[in-house]
Each structure stands twice: as structure tokens, then as C-alpha cells.
Write a protein that binds this ligand. Structure first.
Ligand code: VGL
Ligand code: ZN
Length: 211
């Protein structure tokens, strides 16, 4: 059951940024462990695109912007329920930079997301209002690419939402499970896998691709 990667397939590397790595403001446990795997996977792909969480300092997803609230609580916003986070990935800060341990010189596109103060964006395709597009689908469709293989951080937020929106957009989407790590807040990881399975997102391990 080896998966053969074709020249049309795309590796989508989600949010491998210092704030999501150990020592970061929203550190994902074991987040650094996936970097060597991502580098190995990337050698199989001609097409690599990346996403980068990129927030203004007063972003609405930050608990610090909601008096009396603490991280991992929720608030109701115009577009629905928003989980509140520690300040993270503030643009032009170290925490927002992509890890320099990534070895992806052939990456073709970096999509920044979450830069509108009033709208979060876990997904690389569209913001949390479910209306504002990032342009990623347009880019991929224009280039007539093959399957999408999604890796990165965090499994239950930006990886899952990117995978779900990719599937909704008609792409064949696979998440490489061991090349992701999760935040897992209030059952979010379990729910993310159920949602992805329901949407037809495939779930594989890196050895199935690396051999
Ligand atoms: C993410 C929470 C807030 C992620 C981004 O990359 O999964 N999670 N912003
Ligand atoms: Zn964020």
C-alpha cells in the first residue's frame, strides 16, 4: 500500500512557525518532531505550498482583546463561535516566522492568513466568515494540480480546516497523520478526525509515502 506521488501532487505545509513549536506562545506538543518528516516528504514532491498564520497585534482571536477572558475559552462573534488564543503569530515577530529547520527550498507559494483583525482564519483556503477567500484554491486550480497532501500544525485546527475546505473545493485531500501534531482542546482532535472522515479526507502515515 505504498502511495506513489506524481509530479502534479502538492504538499501543503501548514503553519510550521515558531509560536507553534516548543518554546512558542501557542506551543503544540511535539511540534518540532514533525519537521524532519516534512523535509523527507517534501523531497518526493515537485509542488510544495505553505501557509503562515499572520495576525495583527490586536487580532480578535487573542484572549487579550476580550477583557475577562482567558485562552481556550470561547466567544460568540458575527461569524460564529471563536476559540480564544494566547497572542501568537503576530506579524513581523519571531513567533510568526516559519521554522528555519524546514528544508523546503522548492516551496512555490506561501499563503498568509488571519491578517484581517476581525476575522480568524484556520483554513488556508478561506477565513472563518466562510466567505473571504485567500486565493489558494484559485492558485491551485489555475495550475491544474493533482492530490493535496496536508501536513503541519495543528492537526485539529489549521490542518483540519485546510483539509476540509480543500475537500469541499473538490480536491482529493490526504492528511499525513504523523507529520502533524494537535492542540487537542476540549475534544477538538477527535472531532477533527470525525469531520475529516465524513468529508472524505484520507488519513495516512508517512511511511506509506516514504516507503
Ligand atoms: C492555529 C490556533 C490559532 C493553527 C492557528 O495553526 O492550528 N491554531 N491559530
Ligand atoms: Zn492563529
Amino acid at each position: 500500500m505504498t502511495i506513489t506521488i506524481s509530479p502534479e501532487d502538492v504538499l501543503v505545509v501548514v503553519d510550521v512557525q515558531y509560536d507553534f513549536l516548543p518554546g512558542g506562545n501557542l506551543a503544540v506538543a511535539g511540534g518540532d518532531e514533525i519537521v524532519p518528516l516534512i523535509n523527507a516528504l517534501a523531497k518526493k514532491f515537485k509542488n510544495v505550498v505553505m501557509t503562515q498564520d499572520w495576525h495583527p497585534a490586536d487580532h480578535i482571536s487573542f484572549a487579550s482583546q476580550h477583557p475577562g477572558k482567558t485562552p481556550f475559552e470561547t466567544v460568540e462573534l458575527d461569524y460564529g463561535t471563536q476559540v480564544l488564543w494566547p497572542d501568537h503569530c503576530v506579524w513581523a515577530t519571531h513567533g510568526a516566522e516559519l521554522s528555519s529547520d524546514l528544508d523546503l527550498p522548492h516551496a512555490q507559494l506561501i499563503i498568509r492568513k488571519g491578517y484581517n483583525r476581525a476575522i480568524d482564519s484556520y483554513s488556508g483556503f478561506q477565513e472563518a466568515d466562510r466567505q473571504t477567500l485567500t486565493g489558494l484554491a484559485g492558485y491551485l486550480n489555475e495550475r491544474d494540480v493533482g492530490r493535496l497532501f496536508v501536513v503541519g500544525l495543528a492537526t485539529d485546527f489549521c490542518v483540519a480546516w485546510t483539509a476540509l475546505d480543500g475537500a469541499a473545493g473538490g480536491f482529493d485531500v490526504t492528511v499525513v497523520e504523523d507529520a502533524t501534531r494537535a492542540i487537542d482542546s476540549n475534544g477538538s482532535l477527535e472531532k477533527a478526525w470525525v469531520d475529516m472522515e465524513d468529508a472524505g479526507v484520507q488519513r495516512v502515515m508517512s511511511r506509506e509515502i516514504l516507503g
